[in-house]
Design a binder for this molecule. Structure first.
Ligand code: FES
Length: 107
């Protein structure tokens, strides 16, 4: 399945990300800047912050969990209702075409 990463300047990168991988690793493996993923997906940093495209919010399981929301308090960029930690979104076939927007900073 394919993900489109849209950076802060509107530049889009499309990447094939295997089922079972997460949206954070998909960015790193494909050289997408704007996602850092410092903790490696351990739910202990907030440097994989992304804004899920509104149209995809339901398919990714809705807004952040309480644990994500707590970490997002330390995110460098503004937190919005569509904010998620991208390491917590696992790819499935249903997410083919997913669009995520990247914040300006992760630090
Ligand atoms: Fe650290 Fe997602 S990579 S919380």
């Amino acid at each position: 399945p394919q993900i489109t990463y849209v950076d802060h300047d509107g530049h889009e990168t499309r990447a094939d990300v295997p089922v079972g991988e997460n949206v954070m690793r998909g960015a790193l493996y494909n050289g997408v800047e704007g996602i850092v993923g410092e903790c490696g997906g351990g739910l202990s940093c907030a440097t994989c912050h992304c804004y899920v495209d509104q149209d995809w919010m339901e398919k990714v399981g809705g807004p952040s969990s309480d644990a994500e929301a707590e970490l997002l308090e330390s995110a460098a960029a503004e937190v919005r209702p569509t904010s998620r930690l991208s390491c917590q979104i696992e790819m499935t076939d249903a997410l083919d075409g997913l669009v995520v927007h990247l914040p300006e900073h992760q630090f």
